[in-house]
Design a protein around this ligand. Structure first.
Ligand code: HEC
Ligand code: HEC
Length: 209
């Protein structure tokens, strides 16, 4: 009787832990170890980390966007040596499990951007810059900057990371001209923003929860 109970509980436990996760071969233990590894750079709650390079927030990020970036790093369409090394060893099942777990985290933004830029940044975010043909960021990244599918969340992202990415867009993304990807959508927008405009809009979104 007791033994029967234990084995039934064990079977249920197995069913519950595998349901909803990547069904293929990722054990809890392997996933946890990999998450811990990612967090040594991306922050203990995936909130991002300020170091010599700003390391982006992954918490709450759209799974489809995260998957696209991991693939872009490993195919060298997006250039970054650190993330090439990290990404190209991940199995599809591990990728799926990781992006699901990071999407579920919800720490407070790190902050740190100049607060006096926020009002100007909000205006750019919501209205774009019609004179420069820049559409409202909100039209793709969503009114609350939470993103959707391939459109990344910007809410809570590190302002200095955003600044770096928008300033270097055409040197880092879409680096295989024969294999154009979705990064082409952002190219003219990143290119069309002036440095003060990038700083303002980066400050605004970095404080959004
Ligand atoms: C040794 C440090 C380090 C480790 C470990 C690391 N990353 Fe990164 N990651 C970075 C850096 C630095 C960047 C920023 C690259 C850039 O500036 O383009 C980055 C960028 C990313 C991006 C792009 C985010 C965006 O907003 O576009 C994703 C996705 C990502 N990492 C996922 C992971 C995952 C998943 C793991 C664990 C399997 C991981 N990283 C482990 C340093 C690291
Ligand atoms: C027409 C749709 C569209 C508009 C409008 C748009 N974006 Fe994007 N944005 C995208 C897409 C798609 C990506 C993902 C590109 C990729 O996967 O390489 C992106 C990526 C980004 C990234 C990179 C995020 C990261 O984590 O590395 C930043 C930063 C960004 N956009 C900021 C902005 C800002 C600021 C505005 C407004 C001035 C804006 N975007 C307007 C579609 C758009």
């Amino acid at each position: 009787m007791g033994l029967q109970f234990v084995s039934r509980a064990a079977i249920l436990a197995v069913l519950f832990t595998t349901a909803g996760r990547a069904q293929d071969a990722v054990s809890r233990h392997d996933l946890q170890a990999k998450m811990d590894y990612c967090k040594t750079c991306h922050g203990s709650s995936g909130q991002g980390f300020r170091a010599y390079y700003s390391i982006p927030r992954l918490a709450g990020q759209q799974p489809e966007y995260l998957t696209n970036q991991l693939q872009a790093f490993s195919e060298r369409r997006r250039t970054n040596n650190i993330m090439f090394n990290v990404a190209h060893v991940l199995t599809p099942a591990m990728q799926k499990a990781l992006v699901t777990d990071f999407h579920e985290l919800n720490p407070k933004p790190l902050g740190g951007a100049p607060k006096d830029l926020v009002t100007a940044g909000k205006k750019i975010y919501e209205e774009g810059i019609p004179s420069a043909d820049i559409p409202p960021c909100a039209s793709c990244h969503g009114p609350d900057a939470k993103g959707n599918e391939q459109f990344p969340r910007l809410a809570g992202q590190l302002h200095d990371y955003i600044f770096n990415k928008l300033t270097n867009w055409s040197k880092e993304r879409g680096q295989k001209p024969g294999e154009p990807d979705v990064s082409a959508i952002m190219e003219p927008i990143a290119h069309g923003l002036t440095e003060p405009q990038v700083k303002a809009v980066a400050a605004y979104v970095s404080y959004l929860e």
